[in-house]
Design a protein. Structure first.
Length: 175
């Protein structure tokens, strides 16, 4: 008899769960605003899935970091990325007001690491090519070609190193 009661309660719980979830979504206060706190474990779940996917799909760069590629990457970065991710010495007002906040790619964050300079260049390329859901990071697959995405990725991989004067001038729009 207890087993039957436990089974009935289990089935009732299964049936009520979608109903309660629907009521919460329609009448509750789920976090949908940028200023709301995230769901419990939201960041952990999304980060784990993202890193596993990138680890499976990331590639090595087919181009090298030449002066020309670094300058081209700086121009592309300024045109397509700086609005959210900032410039050297200049954080982005827009990116710091997003949820999650857009990382400031020219700022030291943990243990003196600047931007994504500690990430493999293939990981940065993957993020540019595919974007990241629910973060505001768009896919550049249809905006830039592969070489251009690699140029930006290579530039960012060296964000912890001093920039040449030419690259600084491109980023500051003083070409």
């Amino acid at each position: 008899m207890r087993l039957l009661l436990a089974f009935v309660l289990f089935l009732a719980g299964l049936a009520l769960t979608p109903l309660l979830l629907m009521l919460y979504i329609n009448y509750g206060r789920p976090p949908v605003s940028v200023v709301d706190s995230p769901f419990p474990f939201e960041k952990t779940i999304v980060r784990a899935a993202l890193h596993h996917r990138i680890d499976r799909e990331a590639q090595d760069s087919p181009i090298s970091l030449t002066t020309e590629n670094q300058l081209a990457g700086a121009l592309l970065y300024r045109e397509h990325c700086a609005f959210c991710h900032g410039l050297p010495g200049e954080a982005s007002g827009a990116g710091t007001n997003m949820y999650p906040k857009a990382p400031q790619l020219w700022t030291s964050h943990r243990k003196g690491i600047v931007g994504v300079s500690d990430d493999p260049v293939g990981e940065t390329f993957w993020k540019l090519q595919n974007g990241i859901r629910l973060t505001g990071m768009p896919s550049y697959r249809n905006l830039l070609n592969d070489q251009q995405m690699w140029q930006v990725s290579l530039l960012l991989s060296k964000a912890n190193e001093p920039l040449t004067e030419d690259v600084r001038n491109v980023l500051r729009n003083k070409q």
